[in-house]
Design a protein around this ligand. Sequence first.
Ligand SMILES: NC(=O)c1ccc[n+]([C@@H]2O[C@H](COP(=O)([O-])OP(=O)(O)OC[C@H]3O[C@@H](n4cnc5c(N)ncnc54)[C@H](O)[C@@H]3O)[C@@H](O)[C@H]2O)c1
Length: 366
Amino acid sequence: MAGEVKIGLVGCGSVSQRGLLPHLVMDDLAGRCRLTAVCDNAPGRAEATAERFGVPQAFADYDRFLAEADVEAVTLATPIGLHFEQAMAAVGVGKHVHLNKAMTVTVHEADLLIEAAGAKGVKLVASPGQMLRPMLQAVRERLEAGAIGRHYFAINGMSFPGHENEGFRQEGDVLTAVDPEWYYKQPGGGPMLDMGVYCLHTLTGILGPAEAVVGVSGIGLPERTFMGKTVQVEADDMTILTMDFGERGFAVVYAGFTAGSDAGRLRLHGSEGTIELADGNVVVGGQNAAEFPPTCAERLPDLVEGAHREVPEAHVYADIIHLVDCVRGDGEPVVSAEHARHVIEIMERGYIAASTGGRQELTTTF
Ligand SMILES: NC(=O)c1ccc[n+]([C@@H]2O[C@H](COP(=O)([O-])OP(=O)(O)OC[C@H]3O[C@@H](n4cnc5c(N)ncnc54)[C@H](O)[C@@H]3O)[C@@H](O)[C@H]2O)c1
């Protein structure tokens, strides 16, 4: 089909209000994609969202949304622990699905979801689509062209003070007082599923599938507060995983809800030099640096076009529109559920490795 894809958004919280909804109602999407319904189970939030963004249908109940909304595709922006159940239900009634990260919590869930989507003939796109980013493609190209010789190890990590500190969440109306407690609960909480997942997609996107994982993980602050409410932290809020990529060396990923923000520094070390992201450019250091000048000279294309560049969460919008284009052109997503499943296995086995102290072999690939 090459027509307009009608899409429904589920979960009208932080990422949706700040980024996804503003992207999905922009005029340039006419003829390609149309946001026709929203759903949120917090009383009044779906209706208030529909009114704010001019969306035709609003639902407080997910089952009713699936039964009655005029949509062919669904984007899930709900807490991670709900993704599996909600995606399975959507696939079950023949909807194409985009899932925010992390796709699911376990590999078993990922297996079932991939199988169900295959059986129904619907498409899955699982964020984060890190390898859609021209800059990360440039890193991979340089590595493959031999810029740093034999790859030894890479490091990438993210930290952020925690979602109770997001400027968006505050006392006020139903569109802003969105409780982030689930980020500290199981299943689905913790910074590895929230942020480390970006770094794992990046590293496996550049180096390929990992073979094994070891790790350490724990809770730094047992309690957090949000709007005067005490939240007991049940999901680890600091985790470091080390992957063995066999012939392609090692990589470390860290993720924590810590003071200060670290938006994912990436550095690769090899026998002949380094590749790192510095000030938005890909910089090769070492003996081959002259052959591989920084990317600023080459003007990398942007991930998204036009006014979308100015709206937050453009990378998630890029993944949603990737699903739309795959549905319209009947293509297979590159931001695949199989890649997401491999990353989920690293995280799931990483937690087991951290609690047992043993190396965990990985079995999935993409
Ligand atoms: N917050 C961010 O900065 C950010 C950025 C990119 C991606 N994401 C991803 O987006 C997703 C949502 O994150 P968020 O921070 O926006 O969460 P949030 O807690 O701010 O919002 C989640 C929304 O889902 C709704 N919800 C909960 N249960 C529901 C149900 N059963 N049916 C319908 N709605 C339900 C809640 O009422 C809430 O409005 C997660 O997968 C997260 O990893 C978040």
